[in-house]
Every structure is written in C-alpha cells, then in structure tokens.
Design a protein around this ligand. Structure first.
Ligand SMILES: Cc1cc2nc3c(=O)[nH]c(=O)nc-3n(C[C@H](O)[C@H](O)[C@H](O)COP(=O)(O)O)c2cc1C
Ligand SMILES: [Fe+2]
Ligand SMILES: [Fe+2]
Length: 403
C-alpha cells in the first residue's frame, strides 16, 4: 500500500521522505545484513525543495511520504547531491512528475547525471564550489566533496536549521523505523558505521582527509547531519564522534589488531592458522580469525580498517590459491587498506604456489612483509607447528614496534 507511507519530521522545516529497504543484503558485494535506507529530504518554506531521491524501485514509497506533507506538484526545486543510482535512480521520473523550476547539482554531477540518464544537460543547474542560494527563504550552501564518494559528490548545508545533508558520508547501511542514531543500539550503529566506511570509503582516505579539513575551515555550525543512508545524527557527541572516527579511518594508523584470513581443504593450512594465531597473541597482538569458507569479505575489510597486521593463508589448489581466498584478496586489493604488516602461509602437496602468490599480492597491496612465506608440505608436524607459531610471533613483534 504505497499511500500508507508517512514523512517523518526531523527539524521544524525538514522532513525525511526516503525509503526503507528491509530486504537488501548485497550492495555490490558488501553484505548488508541489516538492510538499508535511501534517505531523501523535503525542506518546506515559502518554496519546497527535495534533496536527493531514492533507488528507482522505491519511487512510490518516496512519493507517498512526500504526499503526506505536501502535494508533490508543489516541489519547486530538487538538489541532487550524488549521482549514484541509489540516490538518483528515480530522479528523471521525479523531474517528469513534478516539473521543478530548477534541479541543482555539482558540475561533475551534471555530467554524471547526463551520462546516466541521457537527459538534457540544460534541465540541470550546476552550482559552484561554495555557492550559496536562497530557495524561498531557505539558504543553502553547496560544498564539493569530490571522491567522497564519487567525483560528482557534494554536500548541501541548510543555514536556518544548521543541517548538513552529507549524501554518502557519515551514513551506514541499516534499515530501521527509527530515524535518529540516538534511538538505536550504540554497538550496532558503531559497527555499521565502521562497516560502511570500510567497504565504501577505505580507498578514498586522502580525499576524506582533504574534505574534512575543508569543511572544518568553513566553520559551519552543524546541529544535524543528514546522510543518504541510515540514521541521522543530532547530538553533538554523535556528530563529533563520527567526524573523529572518519579522521582516524582516513589515516588508518597502525594498531595492535591483526586479521588472519585463511582457507583449507584438508585441515593443514587451518592447523597452521591456529598455531600462527597463538604466536601472534603471544606477541601481544589482538587476533581476528576469518576462515573464508564461511566468512564474508565485507566483514574482513571492516576489521582490517582498524588493524595493523594482515596474515593470509591458503592451501595450494591446481597451482593456485583457493577460490574463497581469491575472492577476498581481489576485494581487499581494490579497497587498499593501509599501514599493514603481514605475511602469507599455506600447506601444499607438490608445487606449493599459494603462499608465494599471496605474498606477491600482499606486496602489491603495500603490506610490509614481516616474515617470508611459510610453507608446509602436506600435514604439519610438531616442528612445523612451532615454526608457524614463530611466524606469528615475528609478525606481532614487527607490528608492536610500530606502535
Ligand atoms: C583439488 C586439489 C588440487 C591440488 N593442487 C595442488 C597443486 O597444484 N600444487 C600443490 O602443491 N598441491 C596441490 N594440492 C595438494 C594440497 O595443496 C595439499 O593436500 C595440502 O596439504 C592441502 O592443504 P589443506 O589441508 O590446508 O587443504 C591439491 C589438492 C587438491 C585436493
Ligand atoms: Fe555512493
Ligand atoms: Fe549511497
């Protein structure tokens, strides 16, 4: 029943008119185990402004929420902060339905929207970096946030109520009826915010750092952060907290946490992993083990975001690595986690390529190799178990030396 959806008032003139996706579990390879929301906002003054839209399939839900506040035909302006389709998917239909006076977007946003929807560029009004507009008594300033998340990304700041519409930044994939982070379980939101950053923003740390510095220099008073996914933030401690976390994640300083990723066919590489875990722990590292036969790549990168060590192991199969390890390494290589110390290991039968291949991948990823690849022919004996422990201990020592 599309018309049963209601808007939620988030400040005196801002309404949340987005959509809740309770069902989504896969966001281009990121396991969204708690679903997500696509947030769109209606700012109602003398004129009505819609900020962002939702994924195409959720258009009716958005329109139904808008209609609970105002006739959608009354929308005068649309601001498109980000061209990715989870936020722009129903923009062409929305423009056609409400015929707004203007659709504001960054210059790169104009180009990206034209390339996505093959719309007429003149139907979009590009805004300049730092430009301020008055939309029916509501003053907005636009700030480019290139590569946070895409080249077109920008944020919009509503002066009257000090609301920062931050598109993908400061968001999380979390479906909930509650609209504010302070209404939700802190452990859950902390984890989902970190998982979101890890899976979406890890490779963009240098852009995030620059953007955070630029936004700080504008000295904006921010009472509410309204991202495009998940809950909004309205308490100073939550807003300060997430900015502090983004500042840290953008740098990825070394820590005492180490992520061990492995898979095994007959249990030998697994035995090595267990001994390595003991060595790492003996060396003072905090170990997170990921047996990849049943772990998800997106949980691995979440832990790796705050790690100082990364150890990977695979049995050799058909002169290569196991498919589960190839999957996670392909994903992690693209996300470019930084400041890691590590090593590779694995059991083999005759040719034993896997640890060498993994060691080369670690090097390509910029991981500092703390111990030469550790290989065991078939099943490890006591001596080889001790060697595995030593391998872990050596990696932990190198990690600790960086703290
Ligand atoms: C399907 C299959 C293919 C394999 N291919 C290779 C190979 O190309 N080179 C090699 O050194 N060992 C190969 N092996 C042997 C395994 O690497 C060896 O049994 C190893 O001890 C398995 O470690 P795991 O107990 O951790 O699975 C293969 C084993 C299987 C079952
Ligand atoms: Fe995005
Ligand atoms: Fe998004």
């Amino acid at each position: 029943m599309a018309d049963s959806f209601k808007a939620i008032k988030v400040t005196p003139s801002v309404y949340w008119v987005g959509a809740i996706d309770w069902d989504i579990r896969n966001f281009h390879g990121y396991l969204t185990s708690r679903g997500s929301t696509y947030n769109a906002f209606l700012v109602v003054g003398e004129k009505v402004t819609l900020i962002d839209t939702v994924k195409a399939a959720f258009k009716d839900e958005m329109f139904s929420r808008i209609a609970s506040v105002v006739d959608p035909q009354k929308i005068d302006y649309i601001i498109s902060n980000h061209a990715e389709m989870d936020h722009s998917g129903c923009l062409p239909d929305t423009i056609a339905a409400v015929n707004p006076e203007k659709v504001f977007t960054s210059r790169m946003g104009q180009k990206a929207l034209v390339e996505h929807f093959h719309m007429d560029a003149s139907s979009l009004t590009p805004v300049d970096e730092g430009e301020t507009v008055d939309l029916g008594g509501k003053k907005f300033t636009f700030v480019e946030t290139k590569m946070c998340h895409w080249p077109d990304s920008m944020v919009s700041y509503l002066h009257d109520e000090a609301v920062l519409f931050s598109q993908d930044a400061f968001g999380m994939h979390l479906a909930s009826h509650e609209r504010f982070i302070d209404e939700l379980d802190r452990g859950v939101t902390d984890y989902e915010a970190m998982k979101y950053y890890a899976n979406i923003l890890t490779p963009l740390g240098s852009f995030i750092e620059k953007t955070l510095t630029k936004v700080a220099s504008l000295d904006l008073k921010i009472d509410v952060v309204a991202p495009d996914h998940g809950p909004l933030l309205r308490r100073g401690e939550d807003i300060g907290g997430v900015i502090e976390k983004y500042t840290k994640w953008a740098k990825q300083p070394p820590t005492d946490k180490v992520v061990v990723v492995y898979d095994s066919m007959w249990g030998s590489s697994q035995k090595m992993a267990r001994a390595i875990e003991e060595g790492l722990s003996d060396g003072g590292a905090k170990v997170k083990m990921f047996p990849m036969h049943d772990s998800h790549r997106s949980d691995v990168i979440t832990d790796l975001l705050e790690a100082g060590g990364f150890v990977v192991g695979s049995a050799t199969m058909n002169n290569g690595i196991l498919p589960s390890i190839a999957d996670v390494m392909c994903y992690l290589k693209g996300l470019k986690p930084r400041n890691l110390v590590g090593g590779a290991f694995g059991s083999y039968g005759w040719s034993g390529e896997a640890p060498k291949i993994l060691n080369a991948t670690l090097e390509e990823m910029g991981v500092e190799i703390a111990a030469a690849p550790l290989r065991v022919m078939y099943v490890p004996d006591d001596k080889q178990i001790s060697k595995s422990r030593e391998f872990g201990l050596n990696i932990a020592k190198k990690m600790m030396a960086k703290l």
